[in-house]
Design a protein around this ligand. Structure first.
Ligand code: ATP
Length: 235
């Protein structure tokens, strides 16, 4: 039969206190694909990523990674399985240099990229190796945030709005990097407001509304379903 997806999310619910935010999210991330979650502000995209990582206060349902159920695991154990989360705020250490930021993350499983490999992917990081985190441009911070995850050996990368606030030329560079990572066999789950960008990297799109996945659009159907997508996204 069909290969099992790298990540299988089934009937996932999540709460912030009394607020029930995810109402049964179900989708697959097949190995080697770039998958994008689309949806209006507040649809629950970030909460879905945080629920996969186990960093929402309360969650229920099923999240299987490589066939293994993770719903009852704490976030550090989930990370150690090989899932890397790059949050919207990027989470780099501002007071440390680029080089220190890259060597600090613990390697969670074999196959983590070496620093020279990361420099090949993001040449800016080589040039800025001794710069402090605070001195970096937004694009460089984003590259560093992704680079840190690549060090750990994570095979599934969760990227929350990696292009937010970046100049078009930098967005193109991030896009090339994501395509290069796909070539290397990485799997990517992306949250994006920038649909034009997502369309250049993604194999599959899931549309979220009110804490649920309401539609799936394979890349091949994107053109034909553009009108519907505009309606979903209110653009
Ligand atoms: P955005 O692009 O605005 O981040 P999103 O689709 O990622 O949109 P989420 O950030 O997942 O949406 O938010 C979903 C809902 O959860 C929103 O109604 C939001 O107000 C609420 N929410 C998010 N974080 C918290 C929190 N820490 N405490 C309480 N409610 C929250």
């Amino acid at each position: 039969g069909a290969a099992q997806p790298l990540l299988a999310v089934r009937d996932l619910h999540a709460w912030y206190g009394e607020s029930h935010i995810l109402h049964g999210v179900t989708f697959d991330v097949p190995e080697g694909e770039v998958v994008t979650l689309l949806g209006r502000n507040g649809a629950g995209k970030t909460t879905t990523m945080k629920s996969i990582m186990g960093i929402v206060p309360a969650r229920r349902g099923s999240v299987r990674f490589e066939g293994k159920e993770t719903i009852d695991l704490p976030s550090h154990r989930i990370a150690r399985l090989g899932i890397g989360f790059c949050p919207e705020e990027r989470g780099i250490f501002a007071s440390l240099s680029v080089a220190e930021n890259l060597t600090l993350p613990p390697v969670v499983r074999p196959g983590g990229m070496t620093v020279p490999e990361i420099h090949t992917l993001f040449p800016n990081l080589r040039e800025r190796a001794s710069s402090q985190g605070t001195k970096l441009s937004g694009g460089e911070q984003q590259m560093l945030a992704i680079g840190r995850i690549l060090r750990t050996g994570a095979r599934l990368l969760l990227l929350d709005e990696p292009t937010e606030g970046l100049a078009p030329v930098i967005i193109e560079q991030i896009g090339r990097s994501i395509r290069a990572l796909k070539e290397k066999g990485f799997t990517v789950l992306l949250v994006e407001q920038n649909f034009r960008f997502a369309a250049t990297v993604a194999d599959r799109f899931y549309v979220m509304e009110h804490g649920r996945i309401v539609d799936t659009i394979p890349r091949a159907e994107l053109e034909a379903r553009m009108d519907m997508l505009h309606e979903y996204l209110g653009v």
